[in-house]
Every structure is written in C-alpha cells, then in structure tokens.
Ligand binder design. Sequence first.
Ligand code: NDP
Length: 492
Amino acid sequence: MAELDKPQREVGVPGDWTYASAPESREIVHISDRYGYFVGGEWLEPAETYETIAPRDEEPLATVGQATAEDVGRAVAAARNAYADGWSSLPGSERAKYLFRIARVLQERSREFAVLESLNGGKPIKESRDVDLPLAAAHFFYYAGWADKLEYASPNRRPRPVGVAAQIIPWNFPLLMLAWKIAPALAAGNTVVLKPAETTPLTALLFCDVVRQAELPPGVVNIVTGDGRTGAELVSHPDVNKIAFTGSTEVGKAIQKTLAGTGKRLTLELGGKAANIIFDDAPLDQAVEGIVNGIYFNQGHVCCAGSRLLVEESIYETVVSKLKRRMRTLRVGDPLDKNTDVGAINSKQQLDKIGSLVQAGIDEGAEIYQPPCKLPERGYWFVPTVFTNVAQSYRIAQEEIFGPVLSVLTFRTPDEAIEKANNTPYGLSAGVWTEKGSRILAMAQRLKAGVVWANTYNRFDPASPFGGYKESGFGREGGRHGLGPYVALDDA
Ligand code: NDP
C-alpha cells in the first residue's frame, strides 16, 4: 500500500501529466457597475448598497442593493398585483410557454451565465458549464411540462395557486437554486419575490434579463438583493403566502419561529452530514471517483455532500490509499480555468469556518492528509483534505463543514454502518457502494435520508424529488412532489 501513497510523477518535469491552463474568457459576460432591484419589470434604484466580489482574487465585480423593508414591500406589492392581474388565472398551457422560453434562453446564454456563476461564486467553470446551467434549464423545461397537467396530478380536486411566494436561496448553487424555486412556483400560477445570497447575487440579476427576453408579464418574478436582514423582512412580510428557504439549519429554525401561527406555507431545505458507505464488494476505483465527487464537487459547498466516508474495515487501507493518490491529481485553482477541479471557497467567512473546524479535527486527535498543492496568492482557497482516525463524537464527524473536507470512519457489519450513518441530527442524503442489489435496497430502507444514491453520488434530475428529514428540513423540491407546496387543492 505504501507504494500507492507515493506521487506518480513529479509535477513540472518533462513527461509530467499536468495540464496547461485553459482559461475561459472573462469578457464573455458583461457585468454592470451597479444593480438595483428588479421589481414589477423595472429596475429600482437602491438607497443602500454593498460590493460583490470574485472569491478567486477578491476583485470587486459590481455594486448591488441592500434592500430595506420598504424595498421588500414594493417587491411583494408588485408580485401581488401581477398575481391578481392575470398570472394566477392564465391557462396552464399559456404559463408553460413562458417557462419553455426561459429554459431556451438559459440554454442559449449558458456560456455567459456559467462564466458569471464561476466568477461570483468561485466554482470551477466545468461544473457551472456542465452541471449548474444544464440543470437550471432542465428545471424550467420540466416544470413547463407540468403547468397544464396539474389537474391530472390531483384527481377529483381543483388545483389553484397559493399566491405570492418568498424565496430565499444560498450561495452554493445560485442559479440552480433560483431555478428550483422559481420554475415550480410559476408553473403552478404563483408569483415570486426571490432573494439571492449576499455573496452571489449576480446570476440572479442577470436572470432578470432572461425574464424580460421571455416577455414574462411584469411583476411575476421580482428580485431583491441584500443580506440576511432583507431575507428576514421578506419572511415576515404579511402579504406573502409561502416561503421557500434553502440554507443553514440555524436560519431555517429562526424562520420557523417567525412563521409559527401565521398560517404561511413553508418548505425548508437545510444542511446535511451525509454518509457515503463503501462495502468490500464495491467496484473500488469507481467508488473512489464517487467519494471524490461526493465531497470535492463544488469545493464541498453542497448540502448533500458525502462528508462522512464509512468504509468496511477489510478494505480501509486500500480505499484510503487509492483516495489519497486520486486527491493528488485534483487541480485546485482558477475557477475560470477549464481544467480546474476544485475552485475558490465562496467567501472569507466560509474559509474561516472551514479552517476552524479543520483545526478542531486536528485538536481532537484525527489524522489529517492534504495533497501537495500550490494555491493562488490572492483569493480564498482550501486544499482538499481528508481526516482518518476520526471518532464519531468529533466535531468534524458531527457538524456540517461545507468545505472540501472528508472524515473517514470504518464499520464491520451492515448494522454498524446503518447505526453510524444515522447517528447525525441531519437526514438529507447518503450513498451506498456495493455489487449486491439486495443490499442496496436493504440499506436504502434503513437509512434515514431523503435521497440515497447507489453506486453513484451527487446525481440530480428535475424529475426526482429532493429534500430531507430531521434537521435537514422538510418539504420536497423537484418532481411532482416539488409542485405540492405551490398548489392549493380545493374540492372539485
Ligand atoms: P444562511 O442560512 O445564513 O444563508 C442562506 C440564505 O438565507 C441567504 O440568502 C441569507 O442571506 C439568508 N438569510 C440569512 N439570515 C436570514 C434570516 N434571518 N431570515 C431570512 N433569510 C436569511 O447560510 P450562510 O450563508 O450564513 O452559511 C452558513 C452555513 O450554513 C454554511 O457554512 C453551511 O454550513 C450552511 N449552508 C447550508 C446550505 C444548504 O444548502 N443546506 C446553503 C448555505 C449554507 P445572506 O446570504 O445575506 O446571509
């Protein structure tokens, strides 16, 4: 095994396998100096502003608005007017046309959006180009198909929209989360006010251009920017009927408290601490790819990341050794380089959080491994990290790190694997790697997780519902289930 731990080749010597840089052009996207709020189809000038930056080099990208209670009020009023003015009563087949248009425009402009997503958020361009953008468009296509079929999905009932939806999204998949929220809401005849995360507002603001191109009636989609204060104003606005939130469990709980007794609908998609479970009969090379994809995809800024690796004891040495070898081939660096595997950490705040949890892992006695890696001088970076020798009680095995940090634990029997996998306050996702189909089904039934992947990880499809148990939240997004929160059912 020790052999596998040695680097295969020295980087930078003739015959090495390093890639020349392949930068995507920054010029593909035009970023305005200043953005206001998109309300009722118009841009409103903000009174208060802040600067949004590129995490790869801290370059200021644009000035954006910090929406106040008054701004939020205007946006909700515009959404209410659009709802009452015809959007809610438009035939589903007509609403579908707008959603199809949005999907097509997103596809046409996907290169521009991918560059902006990587610039503002820090994720590698190959992920924004090959994952975020195609999936965002696919969500609009998928829900366009549902718009005129709501009655078929609810036999003997009369479906109607719920009203104005307030939607608050995080910074890890800015455009994709926007699509997850807006597409089902519009398909069902609701109007929306959406707040992107403070650090990643730009693709949501560029999306306003798509809304105009698709000639969506003014006020059906409204975008306000700002930090958590803006989110809190939106949640507590009395004329909002439904809140959809994706983000931290802490803020999710605060929202739940605010809404208690108001009768407003709520769905929460919160954090996770997923177990990725490898049995000794699994195809190990594929499993190692799945482990890497599970935790280093999007720098580990993924709520369903496979952040706890559970390996059957008999293959522990082999798996860890293969994993370390694979980690040495990961290319960390400029998100706009098409060869980059791991991009920039989204913000200084998140970088500090990852750093302090990693320090806690070291202090508690876990063994750390980080491959040799030259990081850019400016910007926010964290080397892909794996911890072995981890006890279940360690913070790195309990808390969501939301960074490229993996904790490895072992098990001897399926029962022990289940016990350890479910030993978390979260319940969003899990992975199982084994040749045996029967074992996959048996494990999936006993894992307390909303999504269980078998011999793969981090696969998403608009037709498939996604959501959690316990502190990972409630409600489902995606698929027919994702429409439920946006549809009220009257007696036929
Ligand atoms: P938050 O939960 O604070 O952010 C999610 C969204 O909620 C953002 O748009 C945020 O605005 C907004 N928000 C913040 N406070 C409030 C509030 N009181 N009422 C309404 N909306 C609010 O997550 P953070 O960005 O602070 O990240 C902290 C940790 O949360 C991460 O380290 C990670 O562990 C976890 N997280 C989990 C995510 C998931 O998908 N499950 C996504 C993001 C984070 P703003 O951006 O301005 O703060």
